[in-house]
Design a binder for this molecule. Structure first.
Ligand code: SF4
Length: 305
């Protein structure tokens, strides 16, 4: 944990930006359950945006279907609430069309690692310039607690009352196998730490994959806040942790039971993002969205028989 001096300078930094935080405030009533980790994630995202100097009109926030998606109208700004599992592809299209805005996508473990896993694979591979925040609450919470691909083995859920029979996927291990450029992990009760890794993701030039281990006290009774606090470890407290070392990142992210490593696990700053690969776009300062013009179809219709 951070020392008290760091903590007070952090709080002073936040207090000085009160007006900027107000710009992100929504008047909508929060609908998440009491104790839900989504509150902390939303707060960390707001803090990261403000501390990076990003105004609401300079970002597009894309939400998937699921409990995370209920945050779409609880933050002021341009938001998009799309189809289940498809948020990464929609956000990828947005960041290619207009690289002048910061595009952030959020999705749950159900939509991302089942319905939409193909979109995640190609977004990591393509290194689209965007941030993706995975809300990993280890179940489909919005549809009242069914098992996802990330639910732990043996856990009884609605739909699998005798317990899940398969091992869960390890998301960071999976993404690290896709030749990524940024992989990080946070915990929904540690807002300060989440803020820092989201800030690092916002500064990254390519696809930033950020997994948040999220509390779901309503349907996930197994991995409680205490369960996580007893197990979380931080990369910046490990001796000589080197986030450019892929092998080290694989080792650090492997354990999901005894010691769960949080922090920026891996980063490669050298790789170009997808739009930078196109020779035909070199030197062009306009975005694709600015190049789109309205065309009259009157002439076309006139010639139709
Ligand atoms: Fe949060 Fe779980 Fe409630 Fe959904 S069901 S709002 S994830 S606590």
């Amino acid at each position: 944990m951070s020392c008290p001096n760091n903590q007070s300078s952090y709080l002073r930094e936040l207090a000085a930006k009160k007006k900027d935080f107000m710009a992100y405030e929504s008047t909508e009533v929060m609908t998440w359950c009491s104790g839900c980790g989504d509150y902390g994630i939303q707060k960390a995202l707001e803090r990261a945006l403000v501390l990076e100097g990003i105004k609401p009109h300079e970002t597009l926030l894309c939400f998937d279907i699921g409990c995370n998606g209920n945050g779409a109208d609880k933050i002021n700004g341009y938001t998009l609430h799309g189809l289940h599992g498809r948020v990464v592809s929609v956000a990828a299209g947005a960041c290619l069309a207009n690289p002048k805005i910061k595009v952030i996508a959020e999705g749950g473990d159900g939509g991302t690692f089942s319905e939409g896993i193909n979109h995640l694979v190609h977004s990591v591979r393509s290194n689209y310039p965007m941030v993706f925040i995975l809300h990993n609450n280890e179940n489909y919470g919005l549809t009242i607690g069914q098992a996802s691909a990330l639910t732990r083995k043996g856990q009884a859920m609605n739909g699998t009352p005798d317990g899940v029979v398969l091992q869960p996927m390890n998301t960071c291990q999976f993404v690290l196998g896709l030749n990524p450029t940024f992989v990080a992990r946070g915990f929904s009760s540690d807002v300060k730490h989440m803020t820092e890794i989201i800030r690092a993701g916002l500064r990254h030039k390519g696809f930033a994959f950020i997994e948040i281990m999220q509390l779901c006290p309503t349907f996930n009774k197994v991995t409680s806040a205490k369960w996580f606090w007893d197990r979380v470890r931080y990369t910046d407290q490990q001796k000589n942790y080197d986030p450019t070392n892929l092998k080290r990142a694989r080792e650090a992210s492997e354990d999901l039971e005894k010691e769960i490593m949080l922090g920026v696990l891996y980063q490669d700053k050298s790789r170009p993002s997808f739009p930078e690969l196109f020779e035909s776009r070199k030197g062009i300062t306009t975005s694709l969205s600015e190049e789109v013009r309205p065309y009259s179809i009157k002439e076309l219709i006139k010639n139709l028989k």
